[in-house]
Write a protein that binds this ligand. Structure first.
Ligand SMILES: Cc1cc2nc3c(=O)[nH]c(=O)nc-3n(C[C@H](O)[C@H](O)[C@H](O)COP(=O)(O)O)c2cc1C
Length: 168
């Protein structure tokens, strides 16, 4: 898909079919994340691909926002690996760029998706046995939208560029 089309056609999907995703497509999405820039190229990201029944049940205990997706990525970041200076670390920023790459590649290969922030970090960390230094940043449910799934009203509510851009 043309990049222009990808960014214009992407929208948050909140109603997924049960249909599985081919592993080949999941790999493409993961590879796109791997090409993302990170501070000092430290690549602190950790991606957990959850698709087993038990794994998805654990996701559902931590978040109400899987929306029946057959695959859910946990995008996490290793605080011990991310670039840091004084009290500042790019662990979250790095993981967000990786997540964005994956989200757009998912759209590019026809896999619907959504970025989820609403989850309980402690429940998730415990359920998936994540080390102390591994910080979950977001979830990305992946799958195929139902036929009646439409963009939410928020999708088309965009500020005018003049409200958010200033030339100095
Ligand atoms: C950082 C971030 C956190 C989000 N968290 C949630 C969430 O927890 N649950 C949800 O349903 N949507 C979530 N969304 C989706 C946004 O609501 C959505 O992107 C926004 O309303 C614009 O709609 P669009 O993605 O269809 O263009 C999140 C998006 C971002 C970028």
């Amino acid at each position: 898909m043309e990049f222009e089309k990808v960014i214009r056609e992407r929208f948050s999907v909140r109603k997924f079919k049960n249909d599985k995703i081919q592993d080949e497509l999941i790999n493409k999405i993961l590879e796109a994340g791997n090409l993302a820039p990170t501070a000092k190229n430290n690549q602190p990201q950790k991606i957990y691909v959850v698709k087993s029944k038990e794994g998805l049940e654990k996701i559902d205990k931590a978040s109400p926002c899987r929306y029946n997706a057959p695959v859910c990525l946990i995008v996490a970041s290793d605080k011990n690996i991310a670039w840091s200076k004084d009290n500042y670390s790019t662990y979250e920023m790095d993981a967000c760029i990786v997540a964005t790459h994956m989200m757009l590649e998912a759209t590019n290969v026809g896999v619907d998706n959504i970025w989820i922030e609403m989850f309980d970090k402690n429940i998730l960390k415990q359920a998936f046995n994540l080390d102390e230094n591994i910080e979950p940043i977001c979830l990305i449910p992946l799958g195929y939208k139902t036929d009646d799934c439409k963009p939410s009203h928020l999708h088309n509510t965009r500020k005018n560029l003049s409200e958010i851009v200033e030339y100095k």
